[in-house]
Ligand binder design. Structure first.
Ligand code: NAP
Length: 329
């Protein structure tokens, strides 16, 4: 294992939260690096339409992510394209171990690793992923032009993606396990008004079936009557929430029962100098604007933490330990 450069702050994850933290950290003159293993921009890149980020009445996730990135780079944010394998907390410094064997020493860490799409865990889901099963309408919708697709879920993501698919597909079935959507009222209205979308209420998916050309049908069950049936479809898009990417959250950090990191109002975890933001952090709502706000909060708090750390170590250097002992006697 080689030891790399020492930093004031290491940000793990390059979504809206991580990039916002990067902008604030650089403006606070912190020696900062952002580590991202995949595409900078995070999950938002997959959103076709974003209509609720203040100042942007209508944009795409990819465009917004690009603006975040350009903004962070304008302040000289260093970005490392690497995977973090472990975060090892220390008393004065934390250590961020990378998959290539490098270790970054840092005063503070901001965990901004986001979340991943939740799975239905039904037969056929893993097997036919990429052959009709998808978790991204923007990525795969094109392949279902004039075809029939099933969208599973009732939240903002499922309804947004169903609306997107309704513009391409011949027919969209929205399968929801209750008799009321969780999505915001405006999205609910749009889905109900779209004559290309049929909502199958009180219905759960139990299996996905495929032939040699990919998905052919989905098995459904009515939660009220228990009646089972098979619905022919060319694709199944699953949007039933997501789980936090907490693999590198170190022991000692408190998490709730669902695996979201618990922090104080500064986004600081139970370990000093270790912050968690965005979709990884336990919170009421998960929105781009909230992740960005978390990033700014954590970076400002981290700047204060780093300054305190540095000034206290400078103080202890200024007065030799033996003199301190003498004056105490
Ligand atoms: P979500 O709000 O948690 O909704 C998940 C949906 O999937 C719910 O309707 C849930 O049903 C259903 N579900 C969960 N597990 C299921 C299972 N095993 N089988 C069948 N259905 C299941 O997740 P999300 O839609 O991904 O949204 C996540 C967060 O991002 C939310 O805070 C949302 O507001 C936000 N978001 C915002 C926007 C936007 O503002 N433009 C866009 C996308 C997402 P129940 O309702 O019965 O629990």
């Amino acid at each position: 294992m080689t030891t790399g450069q020492a930093y004031d702050l290491v940000i793990i994850g390059g979504g809206p939260g991580g990039l916002s933290a990067g902008i604030y950290a650089k403006r606070a003159a912190m020696n900062t690096v952002l580590v991202e293993k995949g595409v900078t921009g995070g999950q938002v890149v997959m959103s076709d339409e974003v209509e609720n980020y203040p100042g942007f009445e209508h944009t795409s996730g990819a465009e917004l992510a690009m603006k975040f990135l350009e903004h962070a780079q304008a302040y000289g944010l260093e970005i490392l394209s690497q995977e973090v394998s472990e975060v090892e907390p220390g008393l004065n410094h934390h250590h961020v171990h990378l998959a290539d064997g490098t270790t970054l020493d840092t005063h503070a860490v901001i965990l901004a690793t986001g979340g991943s799409p939740r799975k239905l865990a039904i037969p056929g889901e893993d097997e036919y992923y990429g052959r009709g099963v998808s978790y991204c309408a923007v990525c795969d919708g094109f392949f279902f032009r004039n075809k029939t697709v099933v969208v599973v879920g009732g939240g903002d993501t499922a309804t947004e993606e169903a609306l997107y698919l309704a513009k391409l597909a011949a027919k969209v079935y929205l399968v929801h396990r209750r008799d009321e959507l969780r999505a915001s009222k405006i999205l609910q209205k749009r889905v109900m008004d779209d004559c290309n979308i049929e909502i199958l209420w009180n219905t759960v998916a139990t299996a996905i079936k495929a032939g040699s050309d990919g998905v052919e049908a989905i098995s459904l069950e009515d939660t009220l009557s228990g009646e089972a049936r098979e619905l022919p479809t060319d694709g199944v898009f699953i949007f039933i929430g997501f789980d936090p990417n907490n693999e590198v959250v170190p022991a000692g950090v408190r998490m709730n029962a669902d695996g979201y990191v618990m922090t104080d109002e500064k986004c600081e975890t139970a370990i000093k100098g270790l912050f968690a933001i965005g979709d990884l952090r336990e919170k009421y709502a998960r929105q781009i604007v909230i992740s960005a706000a978390d990033g700014s909060t954590a970076a400002l708090a981290a700047a204060h933490y780093v300054e305190t750390q540095k000034s206290s170590s400078a103080d202890s250097c200024a007065i030799p330990a033996d003199l301190v002992e003498e004056s105490a006697n």
